[in-house]
Design a protein around this ligand. Structure first.
Ligand code: V47
Ligand code: SF4
Length: 389
């Protein structure tokens, strides 16, 4: 691994890039200015080689996935994010939905006997789905299947819930945690910088609010993820600012597991005129995030958004996790025009996808405990057809 970096150090002409490569070789942190410099001047092969060496140092050839399913309680939302293709103001509009607690529990029950480890629950911010509603949901899920890890609610949903219930962030988080909430997903972060946030999602929780909710969760011993919605109207400076705030909180709490860049998709939303980023830029972002976020253990490519082939490609640019089996109930991406209209992959498909990229497929739980190493499992012997596309 260090041979590759030595070669880079020897061959790169620019003194600034040489210094960054030296820092990566010595496992030193790069500065915000250096991160910006990478966005401006770092070629894809250069940042890719550095990120790949970091990924290798942290995780060897292991690529993680998990077996999960998603529930989206509603797409009714009081907010009006410009990039959102999914929310509806009222449920009675033809494509609006709202699920009752029993309907959500019925979804959980369809997985009885199946070896999934996580349920991911995220949706719109419905004015009537309040703290009491979600506490009851958590309690009922846990009563039915105590071992199922519940990863639920973006900081946007939580901020609204807590404010409506007139609870402090700390008290609200404690009540949900006691009811069965295990960890938080990373959504709602978008771009923290107010210059952009005011243009794309002015009315929902701001950066400080998002960060304080994750900090409160970390202080209770819960873990969480962090996302960044990129590739729209933000500049490189805004990306660096976003990642800096995350790196600072992670220095303080250590509670983040995974950073998940989310590529902006432009179908059927108020930002449809904004072109989507190109794949080389997507890969450069993954790589630069891997280099800059030295205190984040994991970097995830969310395959339903990126598509299977680009998710495979991202494994060469610092990514060590490709999320999970997911199942086809998630609509937030398909409605925005993502590659996968009904995202679901079987374990065999995920394993094959990772093996094709010459990595070791390891099933993890939400907290990255190893559930099963699939390196030696040969699905082709059981009749699995690898031409799953
Ligand atoms: O915050 C909405 C994004 C997020 C669009 O923690 C869009 O494991 C692209 O929280 N183009 C919610 N993205 C999703 C989320 C998530 C997803 C995967 C894994 C995890 C995790 C969390 O979806 C929103 C927003 O950033 N989003 N619209 C769009 N047009
Ligand atoms: Fe509502 Fe989330 Fe869509 Fe924003 S991104 S409008 S908060 S569902």
């Amino acid at each position: 691994m260090n041979d590759t970096i030595e070669l880079l150090i020897d061959t790169v002409a620019d003194a600034g890039l040489k210094l960054i490569a030296e820092k990566v070789k010595n496992s030193e942190r790069i500065t915000d200015k250096e991160c910006l410099f990478l966005f401006e001047k770092g070629s894809l092969p250069f940042v890719g080689a550095l990120a790949n060496s970091i990924r290798e140092r942290l995780h060897g050839d292991t690529t993680y996935f998990n077996r999960n399913f998603h529930i989206e309680p509603t797409n009714v939302c009081v907010f009006s994010c410009e990039f959102c293709s999914y929310s509806r103001l009222y449920a009675h509009k033809e494509d609006g939905w709202e699920l009752s607690i029993d309907q959500m529990l019925d979804i959980v029950k369809t997985y009885d006997g199946k070896p999934i480890t996580e349920v991911h629950i995220v949706g719109g911010v419905h004015p009537k789905m309040n703290m009491a509603y979600f506490i009851e949901l958590m309690q009922k899920i846990k009563a039915h299947r105590p071992g199922l890890h519940v990863k639920a609610f973006t900081a946007v949903e939580l901020d609204y819930m807590f404010r409506k219930a007139k609870l402090s962030v700390e008290e609200g988080m404690k009540q949900l945690h006691e009811a069965g909430l295990d960890s938080l997903p990373g959504g709602g972060a978008e771009i923290f910088h107010p210059e952009i946030r005011e243009k794309i999602c002015a009315d929902k929780v701001d950066a400080d609010g998002w960060l304080s909710i994750h900090e409160a969760a970390h202080n209770l011993g819960m873990h969480s993820n962090a996302t960044m919605l990129y590739g729209h109207i933000e500049t490189f400076e805004h990306r660096v600012d976003h990642m800096r705030r995350l790196r600072e909180l992670q220095d303080k709490t250590g509670g983040f597991n995974t950073f998940i860049p989310l590529k902006f998709r432009n179908q059927d939303n108020a930002m449809s005129h904004v072109p989507e980023s190109v794949t080389t830029e997507d890969m450069r972002l993954y790589a630069i995030a891997r280099i800059y976020l030295d205190n984040f253990p994991h970097l995830k490519a969310y395959w339903p958004m990126l598509g299977r082939e680009y998710a495979q490609l991202s494994l060469s640019f610092g990514v060590n996790d490709i999320d999970g089996t997911i199942d086809d109930s998630t609509k937030i991406y398909s409605m925005a025009g993502s590659e996968e209209q009904t995202p679901a992959m079987s374990t065999a498909e995920l394993v094959m996808l990772i093996k094709q990229a010459k990595r070791k497929p390891v099933e993890r739980d939400t907290l990255y405990n190893v559930v099963k190493d699939y390196t030696e499992v040969d699905f082709s012997a059981t009749g699995f057809d690898p031409s799953f596309n």
